[in-house]
Ligand binder design. Structure first.
Ligand code: NAI
Ligand code: MG
Length: 492
């Protein structure tokens, strides 16, 4: 597609129809590689949320009674159509987020299997029979929670949507998806795919718009039973208050500031490959990445030097370029945030070893490109070590021994992921067992898959996505007790 052509998406997807927004202004999706709009998308407001929630509520009773194997069949058809649409999905995700196509060609096809995983769970929401005594027969059933608002961020929108939409639909919930305003296009493609797959009208709805208008209304809406949210910890906290009216259920996948620990007995080459990848991949825009690199004192100088050299080797550039390994930041505010943390790091007394600047080269100056950045001499108490930057900024922190490494790894409000590199099997188990994080990766990194539960300890979130329990957050447990012996006496 030529860069000059502005794509227009002038509808929301509500109740199985493509409808004009009632009370919102269209939003532009800026291509972060060029700084120019590539698409204009209809966006709604509170009235559009209300209409979508009404459609979801109306669809829910029949959807929840649809047999699990039929919901599974629809999800499998959806997965097949998703696979057929991959070229288009890759293009939209690339334009919306600036993620290199070479990354998307790996990550997006994997989502086909993700949808199949959720499909495979749709007819397995079994309850239990509970033996009590001969006077009753007691059993539980898992029932869908109801109408779900899926609020999605801009860093990996298709994956974040997949984890919520796939699980919620498999569980028998009706869904209203609220994409991030910076990356509004790919969810519209998903809506088209859901429509083609044949989901009943109202089971899947997509309402674009801002967090302040559409997101906030979805969270506050009295007829939304649950919010599944991926995004910042600050926004998650705010949602708790805004959603308290009807005691909504929440699943939160929030920020991270993962430690990546390099012990002195590590396979250093492998550890460096992983640690640099997890510092700079996706331009640093993933909650899973290991931006706090904790390095044993014996390795520290070597690791600092390797990070410096490798930062210079990262091919940063246009995301459509096959040779490019790092694209731009996804939007202008994120670029500004990252650059402000670079300044902060220098003020805090960390040593800038590499990068730190916006890239002004020919062809990149209008985009939101920033150099892969390395700070050495970082103390774990510094804000650049404690706060989520979401840019390609590695903070290299030395440690003396295992206890200190563990203490620093856990000394953060977050607890989403962690990595550690050691050849000592006992140490691997010992340290992994002491890390307060939802995922610990030993001698590998960012290993996130459909079958592996994923989510945060502490301020990184509530609940887990993926795994055999992936539908749990979308289900309620109902306990039924049936009296068997006619022994209920008149108490008066
Ligand atoms: P955010 O958490 O504010 O936005 C994520 C989603 O929430 C978007 O769809 C947004 O429209 C919606 N939203 C925002 N305010 C809302 C409200 N009051 N009610 C309902 N929905 C609302 O994140 P933001 O501001 O885009 O990014 C700021 C920082 O958050 C990033 O720099 C990064 O540190 C972190 N972040 C973490 C993510 C993760 O994967 N855990 C993803 C995106 C951002
Ligand atoms: Mg925000």
């Amino acid at each position: 597609m030529p860069h000059s052509e502005l794509r227009r998406f002038d509808r929301l997807y509500v109740g199985g129809e493509w409808v004009a927004a009632i009370d919102g202004e269209p939003i532009q999706s800026i291509d972060p590689a060029t700084g120019r709009p590539w698409a204009v998308v209809a966006a709604g407001g509170a009235a559009d949320v209300d209409r979508a929630v009404e459609a979801a509520r109306a669809a829910f009773p029949a959807w929840r009674r649809t047999p699990g194997h039929e919901r599974a069949a629809l999800l499998r058809r959806f997965a097949d159509l998703f696979r057929d649409a991959l070229p288009e999905l890759i293009e939209a995700e690339c334009r919306d987020t600036g993620t290199p196509v070479t990354d998307l060609r790996v990550s997006l096809p994997a989502q086909v299997q993700w949808y199949h995983w959720f499909a495979s769970l749709a007819d397995k929401t079994q309850g239990t029979t509970i033996p009590f005594d001969d006077s009753v027969h007691a059993f539980t059933a898992k029932v869908p929670v109801g109408v779900v608002g899926a609020i999605v961020p801009w860093n990996a929108p298709l994956l974040a949507t997949c984890l919520k939409l796939g699980a919620a639909l498999a569980a028998g919930c009706a869904v209203v998806v609220k994409p991030a305003e910076q990356t509004p296009v790919s969810a519209l493609l998903l809506a088209r795919i859901a429509d083609e797959a044949g989901f009943p009208p109202g089971v899947v709805n997509v309402v674009n718009g801002t967090g302040a208008r559409v997101g906030a209304r979805l969270v506050a809406h009295p007829d939304v039973d649950k919010i599944s949210f991926t995004g910042s910890t600050a926004t998650g906290r705010r949602m708790l208050g805004e959603g308290s009216g009807n005691l909504k259920r929440f699943t939160f996948e929030l920020g991270g500031k993962a430690p990546h620990i390099l012990f002195d007995d590590a396979d250093v080459e492998q550890a460096l490959n992983a640690a640099t990848a997890s510092a700079w991949r996706l331009c640093g825009q993933s909650c899973a990445l290991g931006s706090r690199v904790l390095v044993h004192r014996k390795l520290y100088d070597r690791v600092v030097e390797e990070f410096r050299v490798r930062a210079g080797r990262v091919r940063v550039g246009l995301p459509h370029d096959e040779a490019v390994r790092m694209g731009p930041q996804a939007h202008a505010e994120q670029l500004a945030k990252t650059l402000s943390y670079v300044e902060l790091g220098a003020r805090e007394g960390a040593e800038l070893v590499a990068g730190g600047e916006r890239i002004a080269d020919d062809g990149l100056a209008e985009g939101y490109f920033v150099q892969p950045t390395v700070f050495a001499g970082v103390a774990n108490t510094m804000r650049i070590a404690q706060e989520e930057i979401f840019g390609p900024v590695a903070a290299l922190i030395p440690f003396e021994d295992e206890d200190e490494a563990v203490a620093m790894a856990n000394d953060t409000e977050y607890g989403l992921t962690a990595g550690l590199w050691t050849r000592d099997l006992a140490r691997a188990h010992r340290v992994a067992n002491r890390i307060e994080a939802g995922s610990v990766w030993v001698n590998t990194y960012s290993f996130v898959r459909w079958s592996l539960p994923y989510g945060g300890f502490k301020a990184s979130g509530w609940g887990r996505e993926n795994g055999v329990g992936a539908l749990e957050p979308y289900l309620e447990t109902r306990t039924t007790v049936i009296g068997l012996d006619g022994s209920f006496a008149d108490p008066y």
